[in-house]
Design a protein around this ligand. Structure first.
Ligand SMILES: [Zn+2]
Length: 330
């Protein structure tokens, strides 16, 4: 208890810059901006980033000039669509962005989907989750699951900065039996959409490795399939290696208890590795308890380099070129 009382909760200082720029494979910037007001800044820290441009500047300054913005509920899908358009076009009217943003910096590509735990709510399933969490439907969940999926498909089709469908998949930590069935059907619909549009797929897999792999093998995985926030061990790493599926590692790779995850980092072919923050969640050790944001991705990168006994610049070059292979050029 004393430990958590003393632990800093403000924005962490910037890490030392990476020698070669990398991509944050998966971040939720609309949620990162949402924690800004609460987090503040601890004495001696840098000031809290106030705007989206502050976040993008701070990330660029430490070697993370590009990232994949993930909108995975209907509100965030619309937010992502609008922000990507302003980010892509120097002539864009900044007033069309939902938050202040300098037009045309081309820092962002996007992924859109209905998150598995959102799919359950759109389907009107209100089971209490295995972890005891009560369902919490919002106005956006008035849209049926079919309608929600159709809106995702429309955005993915119409915005060429959307390069992935995600995050989609299975979350057996949060879903009861009926919810799991809904998640499976929604996952299959997203897999089909990614293949139809030739987009990458970003998978959310929580306590559901075997079932996720089963869907991918039965339906046929999209050509570029990424396990976002990879949470498996060497066994899932072996399956990914066999099928050429990518594994994106986030803050948990730095957590003391996760030896299995680090074994997976060592087991995977280098050219299937990606890195991400999943911000504002999963802040890397020793910064847990503070908000996460793309400028903190170097912590996971350094840990991966040391696990693989790899030169840091060499790892960064590989991470950057793999990200372009998966999502195309920024
Ligand atoms: Zn995420």
């Amino acid at each position: 208890m004393g430990r958590s009382r003393n632990r800093p909760t403000g924005w962490a200082p910037s890490p030392e810059p990476l020698p070669v720029p990398v991509v944050d494979d998966h971040t939720h910037l609309e949620s990162v901006l949402g924690v800004r007001a609460d987090a503040g800044s601890d004495a001696g820290d840098e000031p809290a980033p106030a705007t989206l441009d502050d976040h993008l500047d701070r990330a660029a300054a430490v070697g993370v000039p590009r990232m994949v913005q993930v909108g995975c509920d209907l509100d965030a899908v619309a937010w992502t669509d609008a922000v990507l358009r302003v980010d892509a076009d120097p002539g864009a009217d900044p007033a069309t962005a939902p938050v202040p943003l300098r037009p045309g910096r081309r820092a962002l590509l996007g992924a859109v989907a209905i998150h598995p735990n959102e799919a359950v709510l759109h389907a009107g399933v209100h089971e209490v989750a295995p972890d005891g969490l009560e369902p919490d439907p919002r106005p956006r969940h008035d849209a049926s699951l079919d309608e929600a999926l159709a809106r995702v498909a429309a955005v993915a089709r119409a915005n060429d900065r959307v390069r992935a469908v995600g995050e989609t998949g299975l979350d057996f930590f949060r879903a009861g039996p009926r919810g799991r069935q809904v998640q499976r059907e929604a996952f299959r619909a997203h897999v089909a959409l990614a293949k139809e549009l030739g987009l990458a797929l970003q998978i959310h897999d929580r306590d559901a490795h075997d079932e996720v792999v089963d869907v991918l093998l039965r339906d046929g995985a999209p050509e570029r399939t990424v396990f976002h926030c990879f949470s498996g061990g060497p066994a899932l790493a072996e399956v990914c290696a066999e099928h050429g599926w990518f594994a994106s590692f986030a803050g948990p790779v730095t957590y003391g208890a996760n030896d299995d995850l680090r074994a997976a980092v060592r087991a995977l072919p280098l050219d299937l590795l990606l890195v991400e923050t999943d911000a504002p969640y999963l802040t890397a050790h020793p910064l847990r308890g503070r908000p996460n944001a793309p400028y903190l991705v170097p912590h996971a990168v350094r840990r991966i380099a040391s696990e693989r006994d790899l030169d840091l610049a060499e790892l960064c070059r590989s991470l950057a070129s793999t990200a372009e292979r998966v999502y195309g050029p920024w």
